[in-house]
Design a binder for this molecule. Sequence first.
Ligand code: ZN
Length: 262
Amino acid sequence: MVNSYYYNGNQYVPRDPNNGYMGYIAASLASGMILGAMPAFSKPFSKQLVKEHSQNHLYKDAFESSIKNSGLAAKGVNIVPAQLLGGMSDEACGLNAYYQPSTRKIVINTDKISIAGFHEAGHAMNDITGKFGKFLSKLRWPGRYAAGLLGTLALFARPKPKDAPRNGLDVVRDNAGKLAFACMLPTVFEEGMASYKGIKLAKASGLAKPLINNMKKLYAKALLTYIGHASLTGLAVGAAGIIMDKFTRPKKVETDDFLLFG
Ligand SMILES: [Zn+2]
């Protein structure tokens, strides 16, 4: 066997650098395909959100007054009607809302998706009154960056034989998929908490039960989006790692087989 070497009593063949390129391409394709399933998880949410445009009037007043009645307004939280900001297409303007912690603004199209406003108010409560919620929200962006970094790390070649001792970086790389999933979890929990608090606010605002139930459905679909995002990220990173392992890990030469059966 040309260029083979012994490690720990086993014979290994180093891999051709071309295997690394092929692995990189295969891993990128597999990750891309997995991440391509993302819209399937967010579709139920965006579909219902568009439907909500027609019954916005049922939620609008309750949402606006709940910001005052909950004490959030006194703490500096204010609603910025996204429809008045400009720079956004009419369609995009009715599909998204967000809370900005630095300015305590809830940016939302109050002419279309007031139903989503309670959830954003829940984010404001996490930020202002909830210690655990605030802690989780602070992990949101670092978590995303870390997951991205793990994805990059998973795409590196594996130069060590399988039974070689592992250092810290090897352990991280071997578990990159699981760790990437874990990095996304604080966001999933914070989103769930925001919805939970939002529903409580809506109940306190006196919204009728059928409206609350409809809201719960929408919020469950929103959470599904985040759960899907976290799971697919973990799977994509994990798949990249498995593929790179297959393409680049030095191959063990199974001499025992020859001894037994040869
Ligand atoms: Zn949210």
